[in-house]
Design a protein around this ligand. Structure first.
Ligand code: FES
Ligand code: FES
Length: 161
C-alpha cells in the first residue's frame, strides 16, 4: 500500500509522519514517533494497554489507523505530567503502591484522567466502570481504585485553594 503523509497533534505538538494508511496509531506512536509509553498488548482492542486520548476521548490506539488521523489530537502518557511535575494520578498510584509490573499503568492513567476530567468526584463503581477496558494482571485493582479516589481528592483540594 502506498504511503501517505498525515499531520496531527501529539501532546500539543504538531507532527507529520509518512506511513501506510493502515498502520495502527499504536505503531505510529511507538515506531515513528518513539513514544513507547503507550503499550502494546493484545492488538485486538481487548486489554486497554494501548489507550490514548483521541480528540479528548479514550480509544484503543491499536484499533485506530494512520489514515484516520489527519488533523486530530492525541494525548499519550508522555503528555500527562506537567514537565517534571507528575500528574496527581501518577503521584497517587505511587503513594498507594498500586503499580506492580507497570505494563497496564499508562492505559489506566489515560482512562482515569479522562474520568476525572469529566467527573471530579467519582464513586468506586464509576471508577471501576471507567477502568473496565483496562486489564491488569497483577494488582487486583483495589489499590488502583484507591489511587484514583485519592488523586480526585487532591485535584479537588488544589482547585479549592
Ligand atoms: S493492545 Fe490495544 S487493546 Fe490491547
Ligand atoms: S501492574 Fe502489571 S498488569 Fe497491571
Amino acid at each position: 500500500m502506498d504511503k501517505i503523509e498525515v499531520t496531527f497533534t501529539v501532546n500539543e505538538k504538531k507532527v507529520t509522519v509518512k506511513t501506510a494508511p493502515d498502520k495502527p496509531l499504536l505503531d505510529v506512536l511507538r515506531e515513528d514517533l518513539l513514544l513507547t509509553g503507550t503499550k502494546q498488548g493484545c492488538r485486538t482492542g481487548e486489554c486497554g494497554a494501548c489507550t490514548v486520548l483521541l480528540d479528548s476521548k479514550t480509544v484503543n490506539s491499536c484499533l485506530v489507523f494512520a489514515g484516520q488521523m489527519e488533523g486530530r489530537e492525541v494525548v499519550t502518557i508522555e503528555g500527562i505530567a506537567n514537565g517534571d511535575k507528575l500528574h496527581p494520578l501518577q503521584e497517587a498510584l505511587i503513594e498507594e503502591g498500586a503499580v506492580q509490573c507497570g505494563f497496564c499503568i499508562p492505559g489506566i492513567i489515560i482512562s482515569a484522567k479522562d474520568l476525572l476530567d469529566k467527573n471530579a468526584e467519582p464513586d468506586e463503581k464509576e471508577i471501576k466502570e471507567a477502568l473496565a477496558g483496562n486489564l491488569c494482571r497483577c494488582t487486583g485493582y483495589s489499590k488502583i481504585v484507591k489511587a484514583v479516589q485519592s488523586s480526585a481528592e487532591k485535584i479537588r483540594e488544589s482547585a479549592d485553594n
